[in-house]
Design a protein around this ligand. Structure first.
Ligand code: R1P
Ligand code: URA
Length: 237
């Protein structure tokens, strides 16, 4: 057991899908994995291990925001030997040509979080990026499934409800596709501890158009993204 995960050594696969929502983790385990077993319920942040096409895969809730995601990413890699983490999350689109339900792969993640400023004493603006091999595999997996996938940069924000929508406009001018709340921390921690990371997102909101999915769709409406994530996770098995 680690402090925040109840699994024993060996309970967690080397390949982990990381949704923010623990109930999405449960839905994925019950819907897609064979022989899924729940290895943790600590703090209600559910984690399951099963198989996808015969390969062991885990799916672990990581919570909302970078402090929470950092804890799970750190413990998965350092205490359970996890080699690759694929975040599968919801996001708010900034790009006008994105629509609800579209799938994005985040090549890099700008952030307003202070965590990396602290890491580098404010002397370097570290650029958290996806693992190129996972990114390429995800694009190929999406193409094979016939699901369009948009690759580009995103924003990992500390706040869901922003007081600075003007910053979102500026970021959109620089090609930032969407905003979510975990990717920069996951990419940074994976890089630090020599694991691979990728973030795949489904557009659940359009920030500029004021469109939004309901909570049930956010929990159980992301099948296309989940299949891309699972196929990417097992591609090198
Ligand atoms: O749907 P998940 O994976 O939780 O991701 C997004 O949704 C939450 C906010 O509603 C934040 O965690 C954000 O990153
Ligand atoms: O962080 C997030 C996630 C989904 N939708 C948003 O608008 N923001």
């Amino acid at each position: 057991m680690s402090v925040h995960i109840g699994g024993k050594p060996g309970d967690i696969a080397e390949r982990v899908l990381l949704p923010g929502d623990p109930m999405r983790a449960k839905w994925i385990a019950e819907t897609f994995l064979e022989d899924a077993v729940c290895y943790t319920q600590v703090r209600g942040m559910l984690g399951f291990t099963g198989t996808w096409q015969g390969v062991r895969v885990s799916v672990q809730g990581s919570g909302m925001g970078m402090p929470s995601a950092s804890i799970y990413t750190h413990e998965l890699i350092n205490e359970y030997g996890v080699k690759s983490v694929i975040r599968i999350g919801s996001c708010g689109a900034l790009a006008m040509d994105l629509n609800l339900g579209d799938v994005i792969a985040a090549i890099g993640s700008a952030t307003d979080s202070n965590m990396n400023r602290t890491r580098f004493d404010g002397l370097v603006d570290y650029a958290p990026v996806a693992d190129f091999g996972l990114l390429r595999t995800a694009v190929e997996a999406a193409e094979a499934l016939g699901t369009p996938i948009r690759v580009g940069p995103i924003l990992a924000a500390d706040a869901f409800y922003t007081d600075r929508p003007d910053l979102y406009d500026s970021l959109a001018d620089y090609g930032v596709l969407a905003v979510e709340m975990e990717s920069a921390a996951i990419y940074t921690i994976a890089a630090r501890y020599k694991a691979k990371a990728l973030t795949i997102l489904t557009v659940s909101d359009h920030i500029k158009r004021g469109e939004a999915m309901d909570s049930a769709q956010r929990e159980q409406g992301f099948s296309n993204m989940v299949k891309i994530g699972l196929n990417t996770a097992i591609a090198d098995a």
